[in-house]
Write a protein that binds this ligand. Sequence first.
Ligand SMILES: *[C@@H]1O[C@H](CO)[C@@H](O)[C@H](O)[C@H]1NC(C)=O
Ligand SMILES: *[C@@H]1O[C@H](CO)[C@@H](O)[C@H](O)[C@H]1NC(C)=O
Ligand SMILES: *[C@@H]1O[C@H](CO)[C@@H](O)[C@H](O)[C@H]1NC(C)=O
Ligand SMILES: *[C@@H]1O[C@H](CO)[C@@H](O)[C@H](O)[C@H]1NC(C)=O
Length: 173
Amino acid sequence: MNIRTEISVLVCCLVFSCLSTSGSPSNGVGSEVIALMGIKSFLVDPNGVLENWDEASPDPCSWSMVTCSADGQVIGLGAPSQGLSGVIAPSIGNLTNIQTVLLQDNNISGNIPSEIGKLSKLQNLDLSNNNFCGQIPTTFSHLKNLEFLRLTGNNLSGEIPASLANLTDLHLM
Ligand SMILES: *[C@@H]1O[C@H](CO)[C@@H](O)[C@H](O)[C@H]1NC(C)=O
Ligand SMILES: *[C@@H]1O[C@H](CO)[C@@H](O)[C@H](O)[C@H]1NC(C)=O
Ligand SMILES: *[C@@H]1O[C@H](CO)[C@@H](O)[C@H](O)[C@H]1NC(C)=O
Ligand SMILES: *[C@@H]1O[C@H](CO)[C@@H](O)[C@H](O)[C@H]1NC(C)=O
């Protein structure tokens, strides 16, 4: 199946709430802060939407575009249509609790990092309408909880990894 073959599935309404609950990070200035600061450093952010991501204010639950669970784990990153470019840092693979990553309608380029395959709790990933190139990482087959994967409107090449077809609940768009 070619990546350019769009599989039309009724798109579930993914209303992403940027309301983050308060709560202290479970592991102090932990790996999530380091991972997010890594992501910020690889992105170009002309509108300053990530401006309050700051190690001096190390509760990522208070940062824009970040959503936390009630117990202070980072479970969502949502910055669609924010004029972002640059690339996605491999440190995204250290956001071990993340369930939702919505970065659609930006101008992010480079390869989709294979480290995303480490995000075992990931349910929704939308990278559509950016400038990604290369192939869908084969590590995506490890994303057993992935339900929505949206990659259209990029410059991806190659086949959809066959192993992705085995993710039973996946809606690929
Ligand atoms: C992920 O976290 C580990 C341990 O904190 C660190 O050694 C590693 O460099 C991080 N990986 C990336 C890609 O930042
Ligand atoms: C997107 O980024 C590319 C370079 O990566 C640049 O050539 C292009 O003009 C950018 N498009 C927009 C809409 O910003
Ligand atoms: C798409 O990617 C190919 C390489 O895979 C590159 O040669 C081409 O310039 C890219 N096109 C755009 C519009 O970025
Ligand atoms: C998909 O699952 C089938 C049956 O469970 C298995 O035989 C096959 O090897 C799997 N394919 C991939 C690419 O993981």
